[in-house]
Ligand binder design. Sequence first.
Ligand code: GTP
Ligand code: MG
Length: 337
Amino acid sequence: ERVSRKHIKCRADIDMLTVPLLRIYESLIPPKEEKEKQMQLLTSLEKLVVNEWPHAHLCLFGSCANSFGVSNSDVDVCLVLRDADIDKSEILLKLAEILQSANFQNVQALTRARVPIIKLKDPVTGVSCDICINNVLAVVNTKLLRDYAQIDVRLPQLAFIVKHWAKSRGVNETYQGTLSSYAYVLMCIHFLQHRDPPILPCLQEAKIVTYQQIVDNIECAYFDQVEKLKTFGSDNKESVARLVWGFFHYWAYCHDYANTVVSVRTKNTVSKRSKDWTRRIGKDRHLICIEDPFETSHDLGRVVDKYSIKVLREEFERAATILQAYPNPCEKLFEPF
Ligand code: GTP
Ligand code: MG
């Protein structure tokens, strides 16, 4: 049985932790040259691709385009081909051959993965990159995350710190049953939407739709004029330190893992029952449920199993305890596991 610490009050001197936490945040922001290297790589890839498939183009997605990328992240690239019924494996194998001849390093085609990709390293810029095909939903959810990041700087600050914590503690490994970076960012957005007063709005629930696209039969629609929402969170004066504490405290002691789904799509509570995510079907156990904002049948927590849920929850508790009780928590919080 877990101890209920729902009503614990945050330490009185919590705001003092904002300076060291922001220092860590700033140290994680990639330098300008990195963006230039990524664009240089994209340009050289695009030349090769268009040479073979004249109507194709490349899009960046993931952390190099969603504004949640720390220094030295891999670049996620999507090859967009107009033709809908293509054999992705065949194209990937052809592309791998082209890339190899162009002297890219470590070129590997992973055609059997859930999302088939090519991995490679660019010897010129030293940047590593994954290329997938027609993953347009990922390009769209990348834009959604980028748009949220524009509204209140406390989102990127919180998310960088959470991602850094997750990588340091070894809980950002989907193949080991812990969560993806994408899932952690959605958890941060959800958390900030539910502060009182809220720090983030729910863009998909806005009355006016300014961005709309149908991708793979899924309607993606939301209010994307985020420059008009710059003051949305200004009634909430919580410091980053208080939010970091609140985030871990929420996941350690307050979240109802048994009954609720984390969703950034709506401010209403989404129940596991309403989605039929209450029992194990095949490999999907739904022990922590994080709904994809557009592909709403997709639970980003599906990778979590009965062992890794325990690891995750213990890590949330560890982080909450350290932030609550240690005199200098920052070093301890990010201590390698
Ligand atoms: P880092 O590479 O860790 O910096 O973060 P990232 O934001 O690039 O995350 P990641 O490499 O895990 O995922 C890349 C992108 O794939 C995400 O930003 C999403 O746009 C998209 N994506 C869509 N569905 C999923 C999913 O189920 N799992 C993951 N990991 N990514 C998804
Ligand atoms: Mg990535």
